[in-house]
Design a protein around this ligand. Structure first.
Ligand code: ZN
Length: 487
C-alpha cells in the first residue's frame, strides 16, 4: 500500500435464506448449478400478470435471527418496494426489495485481524427476492442467452456494512466472520460457488488524513475468499496508480476475472434514482411483534466471536487455534466433546486442525462425516500424551481407526505398537547405531552437526519407529557427548 493513500472499503453481502420455499411463492429452493433449469418455477416467480406475492414467514424469521445476531435495531414496521429495471433475468420488470424502510439498521460485527479486534458497523439489513440467471452462449458464431428462473424469487438477505474497512485482510475477516454467523444461525450454507453467499465490496482510495470519500468502484464475480482478497488488493492498487498519475477513478462496477487475475470494467453505475422505487402495492407493511423478536433473541446460539473469546479463556488456546476451531460450529462442538473426554485442549486443537482437517479436505466432508467419534480421538490423544505411543505411530493408528472403527488402545495392543521407553533398550539401540556407523559419527564429532538428525533417524529405524522420541533424543545426545569428551 502506498503510504500517502488509504483504502476505504464497505461490503454488500447477499445471502440466500435457505428456507423451504421462495420469498413470495411456494416454489422449493434449488441451487441452479445442481438442477435442470426452470424446474422450480410458478406463475408468481415467473412474473405472470394477475399473480400476487405472499411473504414467506420463515424468511422473515431467518432475517430477524441475523439482524439480532448483528445487534441491529429492528424496525417494527418495514416496507417492501418495487425496484424497477428492465433485464431478461427479471420477468416482472421489477424486483421486490426493501428500500427506504429496511427490516433492521445500525448493527455491528467484531472482527479479529493481526491488528487486533475491530468493530465494523452494519448500516442496514433488508429482505428482497433474487433474480433469475442468464447463461450467455456462443455457438457457430451465433450468440444467444438462456434464462433460468429457478433462482427467481429466492429469499435474499442483503447486509450492508459501513465503509469501515481499510485493507483486504479486514475485508476477508469481515466476510468470513459474517458467513460463519449465518452458518451458526442455520440460515445459509455459506456456499460462494453456488452463489448462495455473494460478496460485493466497494472500494475507494483517499489521501491519508482526508475525511471525504473518494470515487468508489464495486467489485462483482468474487467466487471465493481468495478471489475476494485478491480482487480488493488489485482494485486498491489500480486506483492508487490512477491517482498517482493524476487521473480520476471512474465510478463503475468491475468484475473479477479469475484467469487474468484482474478486475475488468462491466458497466458504469446507475444512480439509485434510475430504479424508480415505490412501495409495493401488493404487499402490506411488514409488522414485527416485539414478543417474536424477544423469542428469537432468546433462542440464538452462542455466536462465533463469543465462542472465540471463551475458547481462549477456558482452554488456554491462542487466537489462531481458537479462530480455526470456531469458524465452523460442528468443529467447535467436536473439539469440546474431545476435551470433555479428557484430552488436553492444546493437543486436541492440533489434531483437529492438522490431521482431521487434512482428512476432511481429502474426502471433501464435514467433521461429522469422518466416522471418528470424539471419544475415540480423545482416546488416541491420551495415548500420545501419556507417551504410550509417539506422534508418528499415532497417525498410523488413526488411519486404522477410521477404516476398522476399533479404538486406539485396541489397535495399539493388537499390533504391538506401544512406544518403548525402557532406557536400557533405547541405550542399546543408540549404541548399536553409533558403532555401526563410525564414519558418520566421526564426521559429526568433526563438526557436521546436521548428521545428528540422520543418526536419530537410524536409531528410530532400528526401533521400528516405536522408541520414545524424547528419550531417544536425550540418550543419543548423551552418548555423542561422551564420545566427544573421550576424543
Ligand atoms: Zn414460484
Amino acid at each position: 500500500m502506498h503510504p500517502e493513500f488509504e483504502p476505504v472499503i464497505g461490503l454488500e453481502i447477499h445471502a440466500v435464506l435457505e428456507t423451504r420455499s421462495k420469498m413470495f411463492c411456494d416454489c422449493r429452493l434449488v441451487a441452479s448449478t445442481h438442477e435442470q433449469p426452470n424446474v422450480a418455477v410458478c406463475p408468481v416467480c415467473s412474473g405472470m400478470p394477475g399473480t400476487l406475492p405472499v411473504v414467506n414467514h420463515a424468511a422473515v424469521e431467518y432475517a430477524l435471527r441475523v439482524a439480532l445476531a448483528l445487534e441491529c435495531e429492528i424496525a417494527t414496521t418495514s416496507i417492501f418496494a418495487r425496484k424497477s429495471y428492465f433485464y431478461p433475468d427479471l420477468p416482472k420488470g421489477y424486483q421486490i426489495s426493501q428500500y427506504e424502510q429496511p427490516l433492521a439498521r445500525n448493527g455491528r460485527l467484531k472482527i479479529d485481524t493481526s491488528q487486533g479486534e475491530q468493530t465494523i458497523r452494519i448500516r442496514r439489513v433488508h429482505l428482497e427476492e433474487d433474480t433469475g440467471k442468464l447463461t450467455h452462449l456462443n455457438e457457430d458464431g451465433e450468440t444467444y442467452s438462456l434464462v433460468d428462473l429457478n433462482r427467481s424469487g429466492l429469499p435474499l438477505l442483503e447486509i450492508v456494512s459501513q465503509p469501515d474497512m481499510h485493507s483486504a485482510k479486514a475485508v476477508r475477516a469481515y466476510a468470513f466472520g459474517l458467513r460463519s454467523i449465518l452458518r451458526y444461525l442455520g440460515v445459509n450454507s455459506g456456499n460462494l460457488e453456488k452463489g448462495f453467499f455473494r460478496i460485493e465490496p466497494n472500494v475507494s482510495i483517499r489521501p491519508v488524513g482526508s475525511r471525504t470519500l473518494g470515487t468508489r468502484t464495486e467489485i462483482k464475480n468474487l467466487n471465493s475468499f481468495r478471489a475476494l482478497e485478491r480482487g480488493v488488493t488489485y482494485e486498491i492498487e489500480r486506483q492508487t496508480e490512477l491517482l498517482l498519475q493524476g487521473k480520476d477513478v471512474v465510478q463503475e462496477t468491475v468484475g473479477w476475472d479469475e484467469a487474468e487475475q484482474a478486475t475488468v470494467s462491466q458497466r458504469s453505475k446507475e444512480d439509485a434514482d434510475d430504479y424508480r422505487y415505490f412501495p409495493e402495492p401488493d404487499l402490506p407493511p411488514l409488522v414485527i411483534e416485539q414478543d417474536w423478536v424477544d423469542e428469537i433473541r432468546a433462542s440464538l446460539p452462542e455466536l462465533p466471536h463469543a465462542k472465540f473469546k471463551r475458547f481462549q479463556a477456558e482452554y488456554d488456546l491462542n487466537a489462531y487455534d481458537a479462530g480455526v476451531l470456531v469458524a465452523d460450529e460442528a468443529v467447535a462442538d467436536y473439539f469440546e466433546a474431545v476435551v470433555a473426554a479428557d484430552a488436553p485442549p492444546k493437543l486436541a486443537a492440533n489434531w483437529i486442525s492438522g490431521e482431521l482437517f487434512g482428512l476432511m479436505r481429502q474426502q471433501d466432508v464435514g467433521i461429522e462425516q469422518l466416522n471418528l467419534p470424539a471419544e475415540d480421538l480423545a482416546g488416541l490423544i491420551k495415548l500420545v500424551d501419556a507417551e504410550h505411543i509417539n506422534q508418528n505411530t499415532a497417525k498410523e493408528v488413526l488411519e486404522e481407526m477410521l477404516t476398522s472403527g476399533e479404538s486406539a488402545a485396541a489397535i495399539v495392543k493388537a499390533r504391538g505398537l506401544q512406544q518403548i521407553s525402557d532406557p536400557e533398550q533405547i541405550a542399546h539401540w543408540v549404541q548399536g547405531v553409533l558403532l555401526g556407523n563410525p564414519n558418520q559419527v566421526a564426521e559429526y564429532l568433526g563438526g557436521k552437526q546436521a548428521l545428528s538428525g540422520w543418526l536419530f533417524g537410524q536409531v528410530m529405524q532400528a526401533a521400528e519407529g516405536k522408541a520414545n522420541p524424547r528419550l531417544l533424543r536425550a540418550e543419543l545426545d548423551r552418548q555423542l557427548e561422551e564420545l566427544s569428551e573421550g576424543r
